[in-house]
Design a protein around this ligand. Structure first.
Ligand SMILES: [Zn+2]
Ligand SMILES: [Zn+2]
Length: 149
């Protein structure tokens, strides 16, 4: 198949640009049916403006309305349109009421519950520590500090 350069008009800016034989061969190779519609400048602009542009047309699994998603929907996974997606986001987590006071969990205010467990673990292996490490462990132990020497 022979190709020769063709001059096309950019649909964006109206500038004429060359659709080279090499590009035509590339398009033929890739089985692209349509001629390029944008000049190189506009193509570059579009590419940099929206780097990830994989809008896929699909129908919402919730309301059935046709929508576009910015990713390739996986087979079997539900695809939601924007409004249904927003609705679902709002459902499990309703807007928090600023008037309702935050109920503090008593567990948060009782760190002593976990403290004896940590100490027990530390005293279990005192012989594996060097004197230096043991000394620093005692120094950071609040009970060891409180003890009269
Ligand atoms: Zn252009
Ligand atoms: Zn929907």
């Amino acid at each position: 198949m022979e190709f020769s350069d063709r001059v096309l008009k950019c649909i964006d800016c109206g500038a004429e640009f060359v659709f080279t034989a090499g590009e035509q061969l590339f398009f033929y190779d890739k089985q692209f049916k349509n001629d390029p519609k944008h000049c190189k400048q506009c193509k570059a602009k579009r590419a940099s403006g929206s780097r990830v542009r994989t809008e896929t047309r699909t129908s919402c699994s919730q309301c059935g309305e046709e929508t576009t998603v910015p990713f390739k929907p996986t087979q079997g996974r539900p695809v939601l349109c924007r409004s249904c997606f927003q609705k679902q986001l709002g459902q499990p987590k309703p807007a928090p009421d600023p008037k309702s006071p935050v109920i503090k969990s008593p567990v948060i205010n009782a760190p002593e519950i976990n403290a004896p467990e940590i100490k027990a673990g530390e005293t279990e292996t005192p012989h594996t520590k060097t004197p230096d490490q043991e000394a620093s462990a005692i120094a950071t132990d609040p009970e060891a500090i409180a003890e009269p020497r």
